[in-house]
Design a protein around this ligand. Structure first.
Ligand SMILES: Nc1ncnc2c1ncn2[C@@H]1O[C@H](COP(=O)(O)OP(=O)(O)OP(=O)(O)O)[C@@H](O)[C@H]1O
Ligand SMILES: [Mg+2]
Length: 276
């Protein structure tokens, strides 16, 4: 980086990170020598084929897994475990089945120390219940919700704690197209009013371009960096960016990159099942 570039503080850094699992069939290399930074205020989307190692990569930053070699840093220090400044939305919902919808949202806000704090907590719950369209289900248990509603509950729970850094693993994957689009716009609004840094895993090229400031395309397993692409559109994003010629070019470029890695991943899976 040249001296003229504005200084950006990195919040997260993957520094030559590799991870392999010991499995009954031997070592499985899942992440291979990955290095990139996520700076304060960045919105980084990670895209790559199924099973390539995206969730594993995010889990190291969330503090649930440790790299085999290399370092994952958060605010300059190696990640030792989960922390309240990093809010995680898991790929499989991550809601507590034994708590009601309201209790799930309230969970991360802590116990009520006094009446004032309890009132504040209730107000925060009401706000996010309404934002996610769950007000009428505040007293319901997750098993009585649809998949999409559970997903919205997981999002509400993560937003309510107001973490500075959101780690989102395909948060909108289980939603219908209309709700998905609403949730994308809501997230952009939340980011606009409460400055945050985001790492989002997605399979959707369109979602990545619409939301992210930078897109990290990763290879078939083991996940390596294929290309890092700066998204040239300013915030606040308008859906009309889709009509711009640069949008079409960017989308084709990323689709080509992703498709070649999907094919590589499929070939790998086919080889593995052939050798069984
Ligand atoms: N704890 C584990 N032990 C052994 N292998 C694992 C473990 N966790 C994940 N894997 C393997 O690591 C690889 C990458 O998994 P990961 O969940 O990171 O993929 P992904 O890119 O998130 O895929 P998807 O897009 O389908 O969610 C897979 O082959 C998976 O089977
Ligand atoms: Mg995953």
């Amino acid at each position: 980086m040249s001296d003229q570039m504005p200084l950006k503080t990195h919040r997260a850094r993957f520094d030559n990170v590799s991870l392999s699992f010991d499995t009954p069939k031997g070592r499985l290399q899942v992440v291979d020598n990955v290095s990139y930074d996520i700076n304060d205020g960045d919105f980084v989307a990670v895209i790559g084929p199924s099973g390539c190692g995206k969730t594993t990569m995010m889990s190291m930053l969330a503090g649930f897994m440790k790299p085999t070699t290399g370092r994952v840093l958060f605010d300059g220090a190696p990640v030792k475990g989960p922390g309240p400044e990093r809010g995680v939305i898991f790929q499989e919902y991550g809601v507590f089945p034994w708590l009601t919808v309201r209790e799930n949202i309230a969970f991360g806000l802590g116990l009520q120390a006094n009446r004032e704090m309890a009132a504040e907590r209730d107000a925060v719950c009401d706000h996010y219940l309404s934002m996610m369209g769950l007000t009428d289900f505040a007293g319901a248990f997750p098993k009585h919700l649809s998949g999409g509603m559970r997903q919205r509950l997981a999002i509400a729970r993560a937003y309510a704690v107001k973490p500075q850094f959101l780690l989102m693993d395909e948060p909108f994957g289980a939603l219908d197209a209309q709700t998905r689009s609403n949730m994308q716009n809501l997230l952009l609004e939340v980011l606009h009013s409460e400055k945050k840094t985001v790492m989002l895993i997605t399979h959707s090229v369109e979602e990545a371009i619409y939301m992210a400031s930078r897109i990290v395309v990763v290879t078939a397993r083991p996940a390596r960096i294929k290309q890092i692409i700066e998204v040239p559109f300013a915030y606040p994003r308008e859906e009309s960016i889709q009509e711009r010629p640069e949008y079409g070019e960017l989308r084709s470029h990323i689709r080509d990159l992703v498709m070649s890695e999907y094919r590589a991943q499929q070939a790998q899976t086919a080889r593995a099942s052939f050798s069984e």
